[in-house]
Every structure is written in structure tokens, then in C-alpha cells.
Ligand binder design. Structure first.
Ligand code: NAG
Ligand code: NAG
Ligand code: NAG
Length: 976
């Protein structure tokens, strides 16, 4: 059945999103200081650094680094395109209008298919016969570059085989500022070096498989509450503003994005939150200046879903592509599409800017060799139904056809996932109980977290519940399990194969039954294994009153009580934790009857097999904690903003702690963690000796020379308006986003009530002349001299035990300034060492590793303060230490990054700067005025996921983003 619905859009669509031009409150923010800042730099930088100053023009991609070939191909391709064909590349066709979660327009004339963008960072979302890989936080815990890459390549391969162009991952935003942050588990670690290395290897893996990576969410998207304003929608709040100073931005949050860009990530997704009171997707400071200029990003910026809040302002501020295309889901209107065509025709967006958007997207496509990695009939699945047949245009209920080919793309990834999850399992405590011998007469397993969700592994939409064993958090960062091996079934199979006896109690509240089984197990010298979890996810789903972010750091399901009851009877209780991040373990950590504690992370589909491999010693644990476990949430020094704090204006989240998150906070505040960052035990032991440091001669740190060329344009844009009106030949799909005009009147076509209002755009927006490179920039990832290796550190690691094992040796640095962290991680390596044997740990230290950021000169510098290095097995077990000889490499004074202007040997040209004072989204007055303009508001509108557009008339399918309440079968209310 095919339902054809062709409507005259211009007449049918009311103007829903009329906006008035408003100046964001308090911009630039704030002109006060952070009076309670714990990081002096956050305080000192408050006046000058915590703004997003206007930075224009938007840098045009040039093919820097290894992008030259891709750019040459992109130039040839884009030169052939018409205005509407270029616009098609920049705009999604609307939510659920095609089969992927995001789909651009196509270019039928040249046989160029629509691009398919698909979640998620741990596998293909909304598809069958795909793998559910370990989550980011768990792969991070392997501290193994080879496994980072292997997982990336595996995920990329599966996306490729399903016909996807861009995988929406990996995640380094959130970085993990707050321990309770809802999406931290999707990313890697609150340490920027571990996160950056994991991200870079993941990017390489995904892209070597022939798929574009989209590193996200850029930037400071550190909590779920108010990320889009709502919830609660009733307040009509504007999105939360994450306010950060310039030093913290560079030394912490931007750091892993620099690694992603350097590794070649072809796409970066701008986030929902505001940054210094400017919307992320129209923030010229973060997009034009930091990302495209300083970091030399040559790919394209894609909006998060409905994170675009303006047309011209966003385009001028560096946004290249709006997703899923419509202003709000299924609004039928768009800031790009028709509006972008109009903006180019009336001159408010210069042709060179549109050409740059198109070239960046097409260059990305060539950079990962998408042409050489096509599959037939792509995409060969539909996100919106698991049935074989369905509507190709799901929202419109149009074109009923075969939409799911059910292609199994898993390859051998199951075996890899099992090994990855085991390698990311962290042994925190072991008084000798582990490994189990397999000869235990009775092995008992306790806790709901060991068992299967009664609804099955995919029973809760987007994993939006906490039932059964936890192997994935909830939200868009999920994939369907092809199967989920539970701990219960895997341990049982192992015990039975050894001829042992096995029993379990998976009801956390069956206290007397738990106690009785624990008692019997202890009496025969058996093992009691208790499984607990803590879940979190994306804010559009609430589970047990946790709106994405966790409400607390406790273990769910009254696990503390379960353990208390069990340990009262069983003196050999082994605790296994599947958690999205730190949890409070105080009630049992020192209990002598708790003989072992394991953090098993968020392991993916092979959960049970991986933990069984560890428990029975088939794999010797070698994972290390990628975050700190403390004894109270207050110790972390950062907190989720749970209540709006600014009336109905944007909640203000001041990052007053500066760079001091996670272990840096514990060190600064003099607190002792329960389990420190980097900790992980083994079934063997290791000793560290023979620290060596080799200095390398590297070129001096100089600014890149010369200027960019002027902004190029490709082809000529005809200004004959009538040639862009909707072609009669097109069978127009209702509520679908197109690039065409609805009328020869630009004003009528736009439908924007503010069209033509005389408006001034930020100074420099239209400047297409050649621009100087910034001192810290010049290539993808920033100034290439930042990555020169200045020192190589070596140490000897000896396996002093009886079994082969892996040790992750870690290199930390103290930068020596008064305001620097006690130690910061700078490198690591995971070594496999035979019993009695030694291995040499070798780790490079780059110029960036020893640098601080100076806000005044907008550059990195190496201070004269003593730099001390440490090598050891965790952030607090650092037996080897020495200082570095800094001769010849100092480029600034000794005080560290506290705003004192350093001396450095190069020009401090900071191109694209402007003296105008305004927020980065171009919302305040500036001197450039362009005649008749498309006046699209740069003020943001709260467009949360909780849109009122109903999809109830549609065939049933997996619920998409468009619900803000928990799924019906999500249990609520009975957990603490
Ligand atoms: C600083 O802390 C004091 C004492 O807790 C509090 O009264 C004040 O409101 C805080 N200032 C800011 C800007 O948060
Ligand atoms: C834009 O994309 C749509 C959807 O794929 C397609 O129907 C249309 O022909 C494209 N327009 C141009 C000018 O290529
Ligand atoms: C153009 O953008 C404005 C908002 O600035 C919106 O109201 C209008 O509906 C858009 N036009 C189209 C055709 O999508």
C-alpha cells in the first residue's frame, strides 16, 4: 500500500516558530567573578576568560594536514553543484522522514545518495543482527590502545555493512565533570588524556572501516538536567549555560577534541547546552575560533538533534549541517533548507560560506573513502520498525516497501567483545578469594543484576529501565542486543562443567532466602558472588526518578542491604558491580567477609562470559579504574545542577572548580579516595624500577607562518530566483524538508515573520579575505609543534608473581605551577608480562604534555616551574619519580597557567578576532549590515525532545527521541 500525500506546503504549514530578536541575558557572561571558585584560574579568568567573544569570519576548510587529496576531490565535486544541491547536503530531511536517525537530502542528478547518520557510540542503534559493544567507560578501563582501535573498527564495520555513512560517536562530551552525569558512561573518562587517546583510536578504527565518525557533543555538555531547558517544560527555560574560563577549556575539556581532530574525525556534533550563554551550535567562539581555527578542523559541524536555534547566525558562526533538519521534530520547517537557499540569494549568507559547508561535508565523505565502501540498497535497515516491510518515509506513512533486510553484520565481534569486556574489568579488592579454583563444592550467585530482564535484553525501549543485569545505560547511546549472556547463566555453565553445585537468588529483597543460601555456601567453603548495579542515561527518559543524571551515587536495588544480609552469613562474599560510574561502597568495602570487589563496568553483550573469565582466572584482570571512587559525592567538588537557578532564564552552571575534577579534585582537597583513579589489581604482582629519561631535540615552538588564502567559491550561483522554486517534476512529500523556494518571493518562501527586518550581523562575518593563522593553530589538532616529543620516559616493570598478567604502567606529570594539579596523567601503556619476567615501559612526553594555556596571549607555553614526572600503577601509587631538564624548552614564566602573560618566541597573531563585545552567537549589534536580510533569530528557543507532535497515527515501532516520559513498562518508585 502506498499512500501519496502531496500538499502545498506553503499554504498548509502555519508559522509555528515565530521568534523575536532577543539579547541573551547577561552576555557576555558574567562580568563578575566566581567568588567561590576553588580554582584560582576560574576566579582570575572570570572577567576576561569566561565569555564567548565573537569570532568571525567562519574559517574555510583548506585541506590542511592529510586532507589535501580529499579536498581536491571535494572541490571537483562541489564545483558541479547548483545552489539547492549544495543546500541539500547541509540539511536533514526531517525527523523520521527516512530510514536513519538523520538523513540529508540527495543529489539525484549526480547519483549522490542521501547521507545516513546513525547512533550510537557503542554499536548500530535501532537495527537487528548487530553487536552491543562495551560502553566507552568500560573500553577506557582497558587502557589498551589496540582494544580502543579494535572496538572502533568493529563498530565502524557494522555501520558500514548496514549502509550508514556516519556513526554518531565517539563521545568525549560529557567528559565526566560530575560523577552523577547521566551520559558519562557513553564517553571514556573524566581524565582528558585517557579520554583523548581512547577517542583518537576509536576515530581511527571507525574511519579505517570506511565510515565517518562524529565526535560529540561539542562542548561542555556535562549534565542532562536543562541541557535543552526543559524539563520541566512548563518553566519554559532556556538551555543551561556551562560557563567556563579559557584555561579550563583548553587544559581540560577541549583537550580530547583536539585529539579527535588530529586523528582525523571528519565530523563533530555541537551540543544542546549553551556555552558562556551562547548556544553551542551558533557559538562563534567555540566553533569558528576554537574548533575550525585553533584546532584546524577540516571536517563539518553537525548539530545535535534540534540543537540548531537559528539560520544565518548559525551558518556564520560555523554550523555546517542541521539535524535532523526540522526546527523541532516534524515541525515541517527548517532553519536551513529553503531558508538557507534564500539566505544565499539575498546575500545574508555569502556563497563562500555555503560552499565551505558543502566542501567540508564532501571532503569528509572522500576522506574516509565512502565511495569505496558502499553496500547495495543502503541503508538496508529502518530505524523505525523491526518488521521486514514498512514505510520508507515513516513519519509520513509513505512508500510501503521492504525496509529491513535483516543483514547480520556481526562477524567475529562477539569473541572480541568478550575479550574487550574482560580486559576492561577492574579488580579493586582481593584478600585471596580470587581466582576461584572451580573446585568449590557450592557456588552461589545473588542479586537481580546477575539475571535476565524478564522482558528480555531489549525489552525496555532505549534500555530505559533497570531490570536484570546491566550491560548498557539508557538513551540514544544504545544498540539492540543480539543476545545478552548474563552472569547467572555463564557462571552456572562454568560451575557445572567443573562438576560443582550451583544455586542463586536473584530477588534482591528475599532477605531470609539470601541469608540461608549464604550460610549453606559458607559452611562448605564455597563462594558467594553478589551482583549490583547503578544505571544512568539520557535525560529524555526517567528511570526510577533519575532524569538521565543519577540522583545519588548509591548502588541500586538496596544492594547495600543485600550485602549486609549476605555477609552476616557468608564469609567469602565476592561483590561484582556493573555501574555507569562511581558508586558509594562504604557499607561493605572494609567488611572482612567481603573478600573481593570487582568493577565490571558496562560490558555489552558478552557480560556473563567476560566476568566468568575473570572470576575463574581464565583471564587475569588488568583493567584500571577510569575514574575515582570516593566515599561521598561531596568529595568530587562538582555537582549536577538539579534545580534551575536563574528564574526562567538559562540555568547558570559555573565551572568554578576549573581543571580540578575527579582525582585532581581529591588531590587538591586533600581527600583520600576509596579506590583511586588508575587503580586495578591483578592475580599477580608487579614491581617498578629503573626510571630513565631521554631528552629529544625538537624544533622551537613557533607559530604557523603565513595566511590562509581568500575564501574560495565553487561554481557560480545563479540569482534567478525562479530557478529555485519547487520543480513541478518532484512528487512532493508532506512535511519533508527540501531546499526549494515555495514562491518567487523570498519573503513568502521563508515564512519568517521577521523576514526583512533590518538586522546587523557580527563584524567580520562577511570578510572573505585571507586570514592569519592563530599561534596555537595551523594544522588539525592545533599547532603541530605541540605534538613534538620532548622526552621519552622508560621504566622496568617486573612480574613478581606466579602467573602471566597485564600491567598498565602510568606516567603522570606535575607541571610545577602554584595553580597546577598535583599530578596529571600524560601517558600509559598496557604490557603483558610473563611470571618472573620484565618488560620495558616506554612513554613519550610531548610539548603539549608540559604546557599550560595562557589566556592573554592565546597560546600554550612551558613555564620555568619544575616539572616532575612520576611512573607507577595508579594515580596514587607512583614509586618512580624525577624532574625534567627544561633547558631550551621554556617559553614562559614560572607561575603556570594563571593568566600571567608568558614570553614566547612567535607572533601572537590571533586571527578572526574582533573588538566588538558581544556573545559568540552574533546576537549583539556589530557594524556589518547587509541589506534585505533573512532575519532568523539568534536567540534560542526551548525546543526539547518533549515536543507535542503526536505520532500516534503511525504504525507502532521503536519509540524514538520524541518521548519525555518513561516507557510504560519502566518500573518506577520502589528503589531507593
Ligand atoms: C559563595 O558562598 C557563600 C557561602 O556559602 C554563599 O552565600 C554565596 O552565595 C556564594 N556565592 C556564589 C556566587 O555562589
Ligand atoms: C534534495 O534531496 C531530496 C531528498 O533526497 C531530493 O528529492 C531532491 O531531488 C534533492 N534536490 C536536489 C536539487 O538535488
Ligand atoms: C525559516 O526560518 C524561520 C525561523 O527563523 C521559520 O519560522 C520558518 O518557518 C522557516 N521557513 C521554512 C520554509 O522552513
Amino acid at each position: 500500500m502506498t499512500i501519496m500525500r502531496t500538499l502545498l506546503l506553503a499554504a498548509a504549514v502555519p508559522v509555528v516558530f515565530a521568534q523575536t530578536q532577543t539579547q541573551p541575558a547577561g552576555s557576555p557572561f558574567p562580568s563578575s567573578t566566581y567568588e567561590n571558585a576553588t580554582d584560582p584560574r576560574a576566579q582570575a579568568g572570570a572577567v576576561s576568560g569566561q565569555t564567548s567573544p565573537p569570532k568571525y569570519p567562519s574559517p574555510w576548510g583548506e585541506g590542511l594536514g592529510d586532507w589535501d587529496a580529499a579536498y581536491a576531490q571535494a572541490h571537483d565535486f562541489v564545483s558541479q553543484l547548483t545552489l539547492t544541491e549544495k543546500v541539500n547536503l547541509t540539511t536533514g530531511v526531517g525527523w523520521q522522514s527516512e530510514k536513519c536517525v538523520g538523513n540529508t537530502g540527495s543529489i539525484p542528478r549526480l547519483g549522490f545518495k542521501a547521507l545516513c547518520m546513525q547512533d550510537s557510540p557503542l554499536g548500530v542503534r535501532f537495527a537487528d543482527f548487530v553487536s552491543a559493544f562495551p560502553a566507552g567507560g568500560t573500553i577506557a578501563a582497558t587502557w589498551d590502545r589496540k582494544l580502543f582501535y579494535q572496538r572502533g573498527y568493529g563498530m565502524g564495520s557494522e555501520h558500514k555493512e548496514k549502509g550508514i555513512d556516519a556513526q554518531l560517536g565517539p563521545v568525549v562530551g560529557p567528559l565526566g565533570r560530575q560523577a552523577a552525569g547521566g551520559r558519562n558512561w557513553e564517553g571514556f573518562s573524566p581524565d582528558p588524556v585517557l579520554a583523548g587517546i581512547a577517542c583518537a583510536e576509536t576515530v581511527k578504527g571507525i574511519q579505517d572501516a570506511g565510515v565517518m565518525s562524529t565526535t560529540k557533543h561539542y562542548i561542555l555538555n556535562e549534565q542532562e538536567h536543562f541541557r535543552q531547558g526543559a524539563p520541566p517544560a512548563s518553566l519554559g527555560l532556556n538551555a543551561l549555560s556551562s560557563n567556563v574560563d579559557d584555561v579550563t577549556m583548553h587544559e581540560l575539556y577541549l583537550w580530547p577534541f583536539a585529539d579527535a581532530v588530529r586523528a582525523g574525525t571528519v565530523s563533530i556534533m555541537c551540543s544542546y547546552n549553551q556555552i558562556n550563554n551562547s548556544q553551542a551550535c551558533q557559538n562563534s567562539y567555540t566553533q569558528n575560533y576554537l574548533l575550525k581555527n585553533e584546532l584546524g578542523f577540516q571536517g563539518f559541524i553537525m548539530s545535535d538533534w534540534a540543537a540548531t536555534h537559528s539560520g544565518v547566525s548559525s551558518a556564520l558562526a560555523g554550523l555546517d549541517q542541521t539535524m535532523p533538519g526540522d526546527i523541532a521534530f516534524n515541525s515541517g520547517t527548517t532553519y536551513f533548507g529553503t531558508n538557507l537557499t534564500i539566505a544565499v540569494l539575498n546575500g545574508t549568507v555569502p556563497q563562500w560560506r555555503l560552499d565551505d559547508m558543502a566542501v567540508r561535508i564532501i571532503a569528509a565523505w572522500y576522506y574516509v573513502d565512502r565511495p569505496g565502501n558502499q553496500v547495495a540498497d543502503a541503508p538496508n535497515f529502518s530505524s523505525w520498525t523491526s518488521d521486514t516491510d514498512g514505510f520508507r518515509h515513516y513519519y509520513q506513512s509513505l512508500d510501503y516497501q521492504r525496509v529491513n533486510d535483516h543483514i547480520d553484520v556481526r562477524g567475529n565481534h562477539g569473541a572480541e567483545i568478550r575479550a574487550q569486556a574482560a580486559a576492561g574489568t577492574v579488580l579493586l579488592k582481593n584478600t585471596g578469594a580470587l581466582p576461584l579454583s572451580g573446585k568449590e563444592q557450592l557456588t552461589s550467585v545473588f542479586g537481580e543484576d546477575a539475571a535476565e530482564n524478564p522482558l528480555g535484553p531489549n525489552g525496555c525501549s532505549d534500555r530505559g529501565c533497570d531490570e536484570g543485569t546491566l550491560a548498557m545505560g539508557w538513551g540514544s547511546g544504545t544498540a539492540n542486543f543480539p543476545y545478552l549472556v548474563t552472569p547467572l547463566e555463564a557462571i552456572k555453565a562454568e560451575v557445572l562443567s567443573n562438576g560443582g553445585s550451583f544455586e542463586s537468588v536473584t530477588d534482591n529483597y528475599a532477605y531470609s532466602t539470601i541469608a540461608a543460601l549464604g550460610r549453606r555456601t559458607a559452611q562448605v567453603g564455597g563462594a558467594c558472588i553478589a551482583f549490583g548495579n547503578a544505571d544512568a542515561g539520557e535525560g529524555y527518559i526517567t528511570v526510577d526518578n533519575n532524569t538521565g543524571d543519577r540522583n545519588n551515587l548509591t548502588i541500586w536495588g538496596d544492594f547495600d542491604l543485600l550485602v549486609a544480609n549476605l555477609t552476616a552469613q557468608c564469609n567469602n562474599t565476592i561483590v561484582v558491580l556493573h555501574t555507569v560510574g562511581p558508586v558509594i561502597t562504604n557499607s561493605f568495602v572494609d567488611n572482612p567477609n567481603v573478600t573481593a570487589i570487582i568493577w565490571a563496568g558496562i560490558p555489552g553483550q558478552e557480560s556473563g562470559n567476560a566476568i566468568t573469565d575473570i572470576l575463574f582466572g581464565k583471564v587475569n584482570p588488568g583493567g584500571k579504574l577510569p575514574f575515582t571512587i570516593g566515599s561521598s559525592r561531596g568529595e568530587y567538588g562538582t555537582e549536577i545542577l538539579y534545580e534551575p537557578n536563574n528564574g526562567n532564564n538559562s540555568p547558570q552552571d559555573n565551572f568554578e572548580e576549573g581543571i580540578f575534577i575527579d582525582y585532581r579534585a581529591f588531590d587538591k582537597l586533600g581527600e583520600t579516595p576509596v579506590f583511586e583513579f588508575g587503580l586495578g589489581l591483578s592475580y599477580t604482582t608487579f614491581s617498578y624500577s629503573d626510571l630513565g629519561v631521554q631528552a629529544h631535540s625538537a624544533p622551537a615552538y613557533t607559530a604557523p607562518s603565513g595566511n590562509t588564502g581568500p575564501a574560495p567559491t565553487y561554481g557560480t550561483v545563479s540569482n534567478i530566483t525562479s530557478s529555485y522554486v519547487f520543480p513541478a517534476s518532484i512528487d512532493r512529500i508532506w512535511n519533508y524538508i527540501y531546499p526549494y523556494l515555495n514562491s518567487t518571493s523570498l519573503s513568502v518562501s521563508s515564512g519568517d515573520p521577521a523576514y526583512g527586518i533590518n538586522y546587523t550581523w557580527p563584524a567580520g562575518s562577511y570578510d572573505s579575505s585571507s586570514q592569519p593563522y592563530v599561534a596555537a593553530g595551523g594544522a588539525p589538532g592545533g599547532n603541530p609543534r605541540l605534538y613534538d616529543v620532548l622526552f621519552t620516559v622508560t621504566a622496568t616493570i617486573t612480574n613478581t608473581g606466579d602467573v602471566v598478567g597485564d600491567e598498565v604502567a602510568q606516567l603522570y606529570v606535575n607541571l610545577g605551577g602554584a595553580d597546577d594539579a598535583k599530578v596529571v596523567l600524560r601517558n600509559f601503556d598496557r604490557l603483558t608480562i610473563q611470571p618472573g619476567a620484565t618488560a620495558t615501559f616506554s612513554a613519550d612526553i610531548t610539548r603539549r604534555d608540559l604546557s599550560n594555556w595562557d589566556s592573554a596571549s592565546q597560546n600554550w607555553f612551558i613555564s620555568s616551574a619544575t616539572k616532575t614526572i612520576f611512573v607507577g600503577s595508579s594515580s596514587r601509587k607512583l614509586p618512580l619519580t624525577t624532574t625534567l631538564d627544561l633547558s631550551g624548552i621554556i617559553t614562559g614564566p614560572g607561575s603556570g597557567g594563571n593568566g600571567t602573560a608568558p614570553v614566547y618566541p612567535s607572533s601572537s597573531a590571533s586571527g578572526y578576532s574582533s573588538s566588538a563585545t558581544s556573545s559568540g552567537d552574533g546576537s549583539s549589534s556589530a557594524s556589518t549590515s547587509v541589506g534585505s536580510s533573512v532575519s532568523v533569530s539568534s536567540a534560542s528557543s526551548p525546543t526539547g525532545y518533549s515536543s507535542s507532535f503526536t505520532t500516534s497515527a503511525k504504525p507502532s515501532g521503536p519509540a524514538g527521541y520524541s518521548h519525555s516520559s518513561p516507557p510504560a513498562y519502566s518500573p518506577t518508585g520502589y528503589r531507593a
